[in-house]
Design a protein around this ligand. Sequence first.
Ligand SMILES: Nc1ncnc2c1ncn2[C@@H]1O[C@H](COP(=O)(O)OP(=O)(O)O)[C@@H](O)[C@H]1O
Ligand SMILES: [Mg+2]
Length: 424
Amino acid sequence: MTYSIKVDNVSKKFRRYTDKRNTLKDKVLNLGKQIVKEDWILNNIDLEIEKGHAVGLIGRNGSGKSTLLKIMTKILYPDKGSLTVVGRVSSLLELGAGFHPEFTGIENIYMNASILGLSKKEIDSKLEEIVSFSELGDYINQPVRIYSSGMYMRLAFSVAISVDPEVLLIDEVLAVGDSAFQNKCIEKIKELKGKGKTIVIVTHDNSMVEKICDRAVWLQNGEITADGSPREVIMEYMGFLSEEENKRLIAVEDVSNNAGSSEGEISTVEVIETSDVEGSSNKRHGNKKVEILNVWFSDHLNKMKKNFNTGDTMNINIEYKVNQNCESVIFGVGFVTNDNIYCYGTNTHIDRSISIGQLQTEGTLQFRIDKLLLLPGVYNLDVAVHHENGEPYDYLTHAYSFQVSSEIKDVGIIRLEHSWEMKG
Ligand SMILES: Nc1ncnc2c1ncn2[C@@H]1O[C@H](COP(=O)(O)OP(=O)(O)O)[C@@H](O)[C@H]1O
Ligand SMILES: [Mg+2]
């Protein structure tokens, strides 16, 4: 195989300084006594990436993904082992890196593209293309310090692809873009890949890895834990995450049970946080005549759970409080994928299976799914309570997330129950 990137037995350590001196006098008198610790952040990484391949680098925070990308970009050097990269490298690392805040978008394009190796003349000829790809409009003449992170990303991505790199390295930054721009980036990355460019992308968005990559590599504690087809590696990683998450939930539950909640009752306060999905936006609106206090997920025994398998029973428990008496109340739920595809939504009015007349001052409404047919992924839940005439009481969008794993290898968002039959 013709490789484009070869990481050969690379290890990287960082020094960590722990300063045990407290007073200024101590600090002045004991200059030499600062304690230095060395942490090995990457250990014996062997990775050969074929030219024209796209590789997704996945793993938990702190697993060493960014460090590995920086080594590939040659911003950092390995302490052991060696690295070979063939061809011009362009990278999108931390947002805003390489941008000068007081310079305008245009000025930053010139600065950035020249760092990436383009001459002034080359940049002149590509300027229009870069600006138009970024869709920044008049902002392109504003200093970048007023840019939102999404706008930074647009500019950085547009410049990075304009230099016609052989190797494109992208660290997590795409998540800050809106979904339309993200899709545009994905299309562009696919196009580059089609032209034989090599791509390494770090992301927490599994669907992006599946859409773009030929291969996924899972880093854990600075080591490669799995390397192979995106589906399989993601599945393994999700399985691991879901085990970790369940361990954490059980630990939290134990703590809260020991803290004296009555037997059988599940205390939930610490568990459900607002979405921890990177790049998702959660919003809330409504007059709170009826307020959603908490939403939590549980299994068929009503034990709290956040990670499900396709086919599991899932209960969504909506805890509410009535602040002002109201009639004709409707509760609704909606399921949205991480890349904002609305999968399913319904409410108590559409369903007509439950009529909600006068509400108690406080209570829990349970939405029960006997067989959850969503395919693996991270999903966000919208929960709403409103009046029949549409008056919003409390609307939470993308406020709660849960995860689905599966051994089944179907592709898509939902599993359609089906059978095959040969008809002659
Ligand atoms: N410049 C640095 N100095 C010291 N420690 C660092 C430095 N950069 C990263 N680290 C540490 O290396 C580990 C891996 O970081 P990183 O590569 O950023 O992980 P990831 O991108 O997977 O979240 C973390 O524990 C982080 O604190
Ligand atoms: Mg990182």
